[in-house]
Design a protein around this ligand. Structure first.
Ligand SMILES: [Zn+2]
Length: 275
């Protein structure tokens, strides 16, 4: 069952990628994504396929990771007897709260909930998702894999995520489905299903430009997205795109020499759109 569950996770990524492409892309790859989705659906075993079809009528997210004995989609505690079953992945286990299929997240990257719980309530706007220490002006990377690695390591070094290597690998898998350079000189590499805290992103800039599968980008946002806020990510992406492309913001961001300056510009550019 483990390979079937992995297949379903890949299928889930494809479906969410198609959703992103519908909302933020030009629609030119819809046919290609649709074909990949159909062929993957055909590979599901009858038992899993029936459950997948039932669940996908309700919600696009049909599979969720189990972290610390809880379902990451709804927070419901997984009964102890089932925790081991999810780990073994020999049988299908669904969450008693939301009905989604569960998988163990042992090999995944994790978000750190952060120690600053006292100030958590005071966080507003873009500060809910990022921080000055996650700003990286003048990136060294010249290409997509290098840029993803640089930003993932920055997130790890500053304690926002664990297991940078897993995050890098998952972000590369996502790029392999469809490039996240969506025009406007911006790329949005991301990994969904990173659990343990709130959505977090790092931002890097490059004056000379980064080669993103043939497209040149100057600004990169690398996001780690918990499954529960997955639908919200598309809104965040569109707000960030608007903020960056507004007036001279792109030039100011790309010309920023230090993380503080970059952060200040980002906060200013998003203060009305991201509450
Ligand atoms: Zn659940």
């Amino acid at each position: 069952m483990k390979s079937q569950i992995n297949l379903l996770r890949q299928l889930q990524d494809l479906i969410l990628t198609r959703e992103e492409h519908l909302q933020t892309g030009d629609g030119s790859r819809l046919d290609m994504l649709g074909r990949s989705i159909s062929s993957m659906e055909e590979q599901l075993c009858p038992q899993l396929k029936a459950l997948y079809e039932k669940l996908s009528k309700r919600n696009k997210i049909v599979i969720a990771s189990m972290s610390n004995g809880c379902c990451c989609a709804c927070g419901m505690h997984v009964p102890t007897a089932q925790v081991q079953q999810v780990r073994m992945a020999k049988h299908l286990v669904t969450c008693t709260g939301c009905g989604k299929i569960l998988f163990a997240d042992d090999e995944c990257a994790h978000l750190n909930p952060g120690e600053k719980n006292d100030s958590e309530e005071l966080k507003k706007g873009i500060s809910r998702f990022s921080a000055p220490e996650l700003m990286l002006p003048h990136m060294k990377a010249a290409d997509m894999p290098g840029a993803i690695e640089e930003l993932a390591k920055l997130m790890d070094a500053n304690g926002f995520i664990t297991n940078a290597d897993a995050l890098i690998a998952a972000a590369m898998d996502r790029e392999a489905i469809l490039s996240t350079a969506i025009g406007n000189k911006i790329a949005f590499p991301h990994v969904r299903g990173v659990e343990g805290g709130g959505l977090a992103f790092a931002m890097g800039t490059s004056e000379s430009g980064i080669d993103w599968n043939g497209e040149t980008v100057n600004i990169v946002f690398l996001s780690a997205i918990p499954v529960a806020v997955s639908p919200y990510y598309l809104k965040l992406m569109s707000w960030l795109t608007q903020a960056v492309t507004k007036k001279d913001n792109l030039d100011i961001l790309v010309g920023s020499d230090n993380p503080e300056m970059l952060w200040k510009t980002l906060v200013k550019a998003t203060r009305y759109s991201i509450k």
